[in-house]
Design a protein around this ligand. Structure first.
Ligand code: NAD
Length: 451
């Protein structure tokens, strides 16, 4: 039965706040501003360019997603953020060298007006950065309160009806969840005591949730993926999602691997190496930060090739990931994958993928879609982990004990069916037997007429 869910209209301005105004965030902002001016298309964004099939295959109902669900329009977005450097978005976009200078110049007025707020930063989590545009406070709780004040001020100054926050700052050093992350009480005690296991990204997430602002994590840090934070999300009825934007090599992996698995082809090894030369690459050059990324990237294949179910095909996979900092390439990451597969009677074959991508060009539309969909979730009353957005993440956050879905096609189907569900449309299972049952009836009727 169709169920219509109440969705509050997207009235008024939506403020998109990003901790981190580096390559990804500035490319995202510049792209939205350029799209508003009609200079460029928001390519790669499902909310802006994607269509969705509704009803039967024989019905011509394939609206654009942004015409089907009530999303905030690009003209109603306002941008804000924090960074450890005081550069405006215009200066930061020029530094990042992702976009052509003439394009950035053509957006100068809008980009220059966006100045970062002072960051909550702790060098022990990102040792390869030396910013000075940083808050000071006696405790981590005090820093969280300062962020809440920033959020309040931003909302009032920009006349925003709603806000969302998307973490676009550097990858933090690897830590595992510990006692301080286990409950909200323990976490708040830890904030008051400045517990060293509370990373800056967690302080931003805490401040956002306390202010009722949905939060997505674009980096592989723990950030909002531990019990204290999901407890807070439920308590405040706020939507959250993470972790780590799925771009570049991992995007390719989750496109290719489901195909090999679908045809029951074996995989013996998957070697992935990258070179990139942006600030993200410099941060990931520190082993403790690389480890965070390695763990996030590494889980992808395990989720698609379930070795326990098919040990003869996937039991021996050797999966190796390397990221190398190579300044001459800047943001234009180059990745190589060597995949050792085997087929009928065990005969070996190889696949080589050389992807010359642009990291931030792939990540920017994800920031936009996550912000717009999280805002939709919030207006729909969905709170806690939004697993239907796992399409956008390398290491999707799920309910405790629930294995993540990594196959990009299943993730897309989950996302589309969630939109259909919210709008009271039939879910699509791709069974398709009904077409043939109808055909059968037509043949029978024909036989009766001709008999
Ligand atoms: N580009 C991609 O394809 C991609 C994919 C997945 C994840 N990511 C992640 O997205 C994040 C951003 O990537 P990027 O290429 O824009 O990196 P970047 O280095 O260009 O930008 C990150 C910015 O965050 C700032 N920063 C660091 N710590 C901060 C803090 N505590 N508070 C506020 N600002 C802080 C830095 O000064 C920097 O300007 C990284 O964590 C990266 O790993 C990027």
């Amino acid at each position: 039965m169709k169920k219509q869910i109440t969705i509050q209209p997207a009235k008024g301005k939506l403020g998109i706040l990003t901790p981190g105004l580096g390559a990804v965030a500035t490319t995202f902002i510049a792209g939205v501003v350029a799209a508003r001016k009609g200079i460029a298309l928001p390519i790669g964004s499902l909310t802006q360019m994607g269509t969705i099939r509704l009803g039967k295959r024989t019905e011509p109902r394939n609206p654009r997603i942004n015409e089907f669900v009530p999303l905030t329009q690009l003209d109603d977005i306002v941008f804000g953020g924090w960074d450890v450097y005081a550069d405006t978005v215009y200066e930061s976009a020029l530094n990042a060298k992702v976009l052509d200078r003439y394009l950035v110049e053509s957006l100068k007025d809008e980009l220059q007006a966006i100045k970062p707020m002072q960051a909550v930063f702790d060098k022990s989590f990102v040792r390869n950065l030396d910013g000075t545009h940083i808050k000071t406070g006696a405790t981590k709780m005090e820093l969280a309160e300062q962020l809440m004040e920033d959020i309040r001020r931003f909302k009032a100054d920009n006349n925003c009806a709603r806000l969302v926050m998307v973490w676009c700052a550097s990858t933090e050093a690897y830590i595992e969840a510990s006692l301080v992350h286990e409950s909200l009480d323990a976490f708040e005690e830890g904030l008051r005591n400045s517990d060293p296991n509370i990373a800056p990204s967690m302080i931003y997430a805490y401040a956002a949730l306390k202010m009722g602002v949905p939060f997505a994590n674009g980096a592989p840090n723990l950030t909002c993926d531990f019990p204290a934070m999901t407890e807070l999300a439920h308590k405040m009825k706020v939507a959250i999602g993470g972790r780590d934007f799925k771009t570049g090599q991992t995007l390719m992996k989750t496109i290719v691997a489901p195909g090999l698995h679908a045809r029951a082809l074996g995989v013996r090894g998957w070697f992935s190496t990258n070179i990139l030369g942006n600030r993200d690459g410099a941060v990931l050059d520190a082993p403790e930060n690389f480890k965070t990324k390695e763990v996030s990237k590494g889980s992808v294949l395990d989720g698609i090739f379930n070795a326990e179910l098919q040990p003869e095909l996937y039991g021996e996979i050797y999966h190796k990931i390397r990221i190398n900092y190579y300044p001459p390439h800047g943001d234009n990451k180059e990745s190589w994958d060597n995949i050792d597969i085997f087929g009928w009677m065990g005969y070996p074959m190889q696949i080589k993928i050389n992807f010359l991508c642009r990291d931030s060009i792939l990540a920017a539309p994800i920031v936009l879609d996550l912000a717009l969909f999280l805002d939709l979730a919030q207006r729909t009353g969905l709170s806690g982990v939004q697993e239907w957005l796992s399409f956008y993440f390398k290491a999707p956050q799920t309910a405790p004990g629930l294995p993540a879905q990594h196959d990009i096609f299943k993730q897309l189907s989950k996302l589309e069916n969630t939109l259909r569900y919210l709008m009271g449309e039939e879910l699509i299972t791709h069974l398709g037997l009904d077409y043939y049952e109808e055909l059968e009836k037509e043949y029978e009727a024909l036989l009766q007429v001709t008999a």
